[in-house]
Design a binder for this molecule. Sequence first.
Ligand code: 5GP
Length: 204
Amino acid sequence: MDLYKKGIIFVISAPSGTGKTTLCEKLLKLLPDLKLSISHTTRKPRNGERNGINYYFIDKETFKKMIDTDEFVEWAEVYGNFYGTSKKAINSLISNGYDILLDIDTKGAKNIKKLYPDSVLIFILPPSLDELERRLINRNEDNNVIKLRLSKASQEISQYKFYDYVVINDNIEQASSNLLCIIHAERLKTKRIDNSKIDEIFKK
Ligand code: 5GP
């Protein structure tokens, strides 16, 4: 029996190439009551990416209009593209009784923590910068892209101190099991328990 109040916001950030997407997919498969908040972005879809599944792909003008009409909980510019979490995405998941997974950058994570102090911030680290470089090379990224992502990675890694948890992804199974432990432990925190459920069980 689940005693906790649903609607916990889990934020995951990691430098590009750390394996964050694979880890998030694993979590979402294992935990049916955890749903990914689908962000809006002005970036073009990559091969295999679908509108409404990976992102809502929109143009810059539409994104700016959404900023003006205050439709985002947070937004940021990453690698020259805009990314944002809409209020609608969060509210519809909360009202449907789900916990929420946000895969967003470090700036977005800090903004979420300010707005939702009970949110849980998790930072995924690569085993080392050399290993991160190897992974980016294996992904056949362009040389300039690799340089840009590595320099951004160093900046991002320095932000891990603002997070509640740090997970090193040197082994995907171990890292995903650590993430599961974090989520389970957070759900069991006394502050998240729905007291009325306990009262119901133990009423005389
Ligand atoms: P990608 O283009 O590789 O999918 O994502 C690039 C970066 O943007 C990643 O670090 C990802 O976590 C971040 N990102 C994706 N969606 C959002 C969002 O809604 N808000 C913020 N702040 N960052 C996002």
